[in-house]
Write a protein that binds this ligand. Structure first.
Ligand code: CP
Length: 308
């Protein structure tokens, strides 16, 4: 197929065919990652700039590894050592960096819309690595790849997304991607965290959590952002764990059921520690699929993406 996008800003921009195209490529890279040596320098001579203005382990390191495995020169911008500390504006910082002729900017920012804003004036491909409460498209793609590799299909599958849906860019991107691919999505957790927006994205709101879990083959838990505890969304972390955490995975008529989580995990809060490394857990496989997806996204944008 002909890839028509210049950037990857959100799952809302992709149709089912485009998602399938990226997943097929990522599936190949996922197989490739089990081999040694792991290097496929199809992007030799290109340059990637990672601009992470918000903390990250999985996304930042896997984008760096993905670029390097594909043969790119990868530069990590460090906020603390930059002239942002001297008061240079973000716009001037980015325009300056763009003049160094990177081919791809990978951007994480605490404010919603920053990658899209940059894409309007930066003369290279922009990849959204998570912006505010808005989107985290490569997280959704890696979740879709993990699910497709576990089940082989999307249509007919129910996915329960449980927890802080309201503040979660992961949930927004994942629900959009799953609905586009034909899955049924139910959201649950404290009612204060289930936004009306979930319905507008195509998800159903189901209470209580046990009922949502009972309906689903995939139980997708979201991280409780402890910094929100004082905002009145839930009483205490202990009570959150008691009423909304996953402590066991009930059997479902002999059907396969899996647990997923984007990480980082609060063990013993949204998920019992013993379940994190249980047989049903795909949490660590999600990390490896993340590297494969980021390789597929970088390769597609740099070699096939629309240029200005
Ligand atoms: N899931 C995720 O985005 O993790 P990081 O914040 O560690 O990148």
């Amino acid at each position: 197929m002909k890839w028509v996008h210049r950037h990857l800003l959100g799952m809302r921009d992709l149709n089912a065919r485009e998602i399938g195209y990226l997943l097929d490529k990522a599936d190949g890279y996922r197989e490739f990652l089990d081999l040694a040596p792991k290097r496929k320098p199809v992007l030799e001579g290109y340059c990637q700039l990672n601009l992470f203005l918000e903390a990250s382990t999985r996304t930042r390191v896997s984008f760096e590894m993905a670029g390097k495995l594909l043969g790119m020169e990868v530069v990590n911008f460090s906020t603390n050592a930059s002239s942002l500390r001297k008061g240079e504006s973000f716009r001037d910082t980015v325009r300056t960096l763009a003049r160094m002729k990177a081919d791809v900017f990978v951007v994480r920012h605490q404010s919603s819309g920053v990658p899209e804003y940059l894409s309007r004036f930066i003369p290279c491909h922009v990849v959204n690595a998570g912006d505010g409460l808005r989107e985290h498209p490569t997280q959704a793609l890696l979740d879709l790849l993990t699910i497709r590799r576990a089940f082989g299909y999307f249509s007919g599958l129910t996915v329960a997304v449980i927890g802080d849906v309201l503040h979660s860019r992961v949930a927004r991107s994942l629900i959009t991607g799953l609905v586009t691919m034909g899955s049924r999505v139910v959201v649950s957790g404290p009612p204060t965290f289930a936004p009306p927006a979930a319905a507008s994205l195509g998800a159903e709101v189901v209470f209580p959590v046990e009922e949502a879990v009972a309906q689903a083959e995939v139980i997708y838990l979201l991280r409780i952002q402890r910094e929100r505890q004082d905002a009145g969304f839930f009483p205490t972390v202990k009570e959150y764990s008691r009423f909304f955490g996953l402590h066991r995975l009930p059997l479902k008529d002999g059907e396969k059921r899996v647990i997923m989580h984007p990480g980082p995990v609060n063990r013993g809060v949204e998920i019992d520690s013993s379940l994190v490394e249980s047989e049903a857990s795909l949490i660590e496989e999600q990390v490896t699929c993340g590297l494969a997806v980021r390789m597929a996204v970088l390769e597609t944008l740099v070699l096939e993406g629309r240029v200005a």
